[in-house]
Ligand binder design. Structure first.
Ligand SMILES: [Zn+2]
Ligand SMILES: [Zn+2]
Length: 337
């Protein structure tokens, strides 16, 4: 059986410019209803010392990571246990660095690509030339707290949509870029990773890295949305691929479920009807009103010319009408082309 686990994928301790120790951050993460986090200090992995003890003491999963912090952009690598130096790479040779990470079974993601750069935040704006987007495992489309309302995140979300439209299978995640905790913090979003339900992950980070790599990811500030696409009597999950040939029935059934019990009491929704949209490379396929506490929506779609689709949840959150959650994509591959 597979379950969803809420993660925070972008964090810093005082081993770089964060205020917490790993232990303090884990305590705060538990208070936020999270079950895992990735530690991604700037250009160092020394904050991970003692990781196993913290994991077993607090029943939490910690992914080893690092934020490659360069003058031309920031990139997170996850699932690597040794430091990989970025200084030998120029704006034109980022792929050499990515290959080193992939060779060690790690994954890479472009983080906060449109955050304002120099002189406010050196290198925060992404300027690298990506020659081959198949090399990019994920994009951090939401950054910071209350992420969906922020303009730079809307641009990052749009970049992801463009890459999906171009035919790339890229995962989208949230990353708070967590440096400290204050009483005035806005609500956070969590990146939910779908993994096998096991007592203890014998292979450490691997299951979580694979979930991100394969797009088995749903992101939300509130309830968790999951989606399956049923076509030709087969059900396909988020991150999955449907292969369809010529002269077949293009009608498919989309099943969306909404789980209000995740991160219980850590977020609030005022009384309202929410809206669930199914978005795709052909634009919005349909919109459904979700009545209060309704847990499921079933609708039908025509897969003609569809290459990917995802679900998006909208409503008033923290006083603002905004996107509250989104799933990663299900891909449709036309084998007759
Ligand atoms: Zn950064
Ligand atoms: Zn950061």
């Amino acid at each position: 059986m597979k379950i969803w686990k809420p993660f925070e994928l972008h964090t810093h301790t005082f081993h770089s410019d964060g205020k917490h120790s790993l232990l303090e951050m884990v305590k705060e993460a538990k208070m936020l209803g999270l079950q895992g986090l990735a530690l991604t200090d700037h250009n160092t992995m020394s904050g991970l010392i003692g990781k196993e003890e913290v994991e077993s003491q607090f029943d939490i999963n910690i992914i080893s990571g690092l934020e490659w912090t360069t003058f031309y952009g920031h990139m997170n690598m996850l699932g690597v246990s040794e430091y990989i130096d970025w200084r030998e790479f120029t704006p034109k040779s980022i792929h050499t660095g990515i290959k080193k990470v992939h060779d060690k079974n790690g994954i890479v993601g472009i983080v906060h690509p449109y955050r304002i750069g120099s002189p406010i935040c050196t290198g925060c704006f992404w300027e690298y030339h990506v020659e081959d987007w198949t090399d990019i495992d994920y994009i951090e489309v939401w950054s910071g707290t209350l992420p969906s309302v922020k303009k730079d995140n809307r641009r990052a979300f749009h970049l992801w949509t463009e890459k999906l439209n171009e035919g790339y299978q890229i995962t989208a995640v949230n990353g708070r870029d967590w440096h400290e905790t204050t009483e005035l913090d806005d609500p956070i979003a969590a990146t939910f990773l779908k993994v096998d339900k096991v007592e203890k992950n014998a292979d450490g980070d691997r299951a979580f890295i694979n979930a991100i790599k394969h797009g088995e990811v749903s992101v939300s500030m509130g309830p968790l949305i999951d989606m399956t696409l049923e076509w030709n009597e087969q059900k396909h999950p988020i991150g999955g691929e449907i292969l369809i040939g010529r002269n077949v029935d293009m009608k498919a059934k989309v099943n969306i479920t909404v789980d209000y019990s995740v991160r219980e009491r850590k977020w609030e929704l005022e009384d309202q009807n929410l809206k669930i949209s199914i978005n795709s490379n052909k634009g919005m396929l349909n919109e459904n009103v979700l009545l209060m506490n309704q847990e499921q929506i079933v609708s039908s779609v025509n897969l003609e010319e569809i290459r990917w689709l995802r679900a998006e949840l909208y409503g008033v959150f923290n006083g603002v009408y905004t996107m509250i959650a989104f799933t990663n994509a299900i891909y449709v591959i036309n084998t007759s082309l």
